[in-house]
Design a protein around this ligand. Structure first.
Ligand code: FES
Length: 151
């Protein structure tokens, strides 16, 4: 085997190895179920594909009481009143507008907190304590039977 054939053989092998590694990395990410930080198990898989639904919550088993919340898929949705109507819920991006850390919902005070730098937000998403200078990004809530969809 000459030098050129040898190098081509080695380079081709490395390329295949790298592609294989990348595909494995992608498949691991795709197969990972995102966790939610609610204590509620969100077993919904957003079957409304084709729409702009970010998160679907089954209201038969989740968000049953006022201040119950689901934090998943980059959004947080909170029940603020009884009844399965859109106005009984608020939903926001869970990314803090200050620097993008994930916010938490504090049930005891019905507020949102960002532990990264201490920003606080009221239940309507407005800033009550900086350093964040803008409100949480509001999301749309729609009710479809027993499903709540966040868009
Ligand atoms: S990222 Fe939330 S306060 Fe800084």
């Amino acid at each position: 085997m000459d030098r050129k054939s040898f190098i081509n053989q080695i380079t081709g092998g490395l390329t295949l190895t790298c592609i294989s590694c990348m595909m494995q990395a992608c498949s691991k990410e795709d197969g990972t179920t995102p966790s939610n930080n609610t204590g509620n198990n969100n077993n919904n898989n957003n079957s409304n594909s084709g729409s702009n639904v970010i998160l679907t919550v089954n209201l038969s088993s989740q968000l049953l009481a006022i201040n119950d919340f689901v934090l998943d898929k980059g959004v947080v949705v909170v029940r603020t009143a009884s009844g399965n109507v859109a106005t009984s819920f608020v939903a926001f991006s869970s990314a803090c507008p200050h620097a993008g850390a994930t916010i938490n919902f504090v049930k005891s005070s019905s507020t949102f907190n960002c532990s990264a730098h201490g920003s606080n937000f009221s239940i309507d998403g407005s800033v009550t304590n900086g350093p964040a200078s803008s409100a949480l990004q509001k999301k749309t809530v729609e009710i479809d039977g027993t499903n709540l969809n966040v868009k």
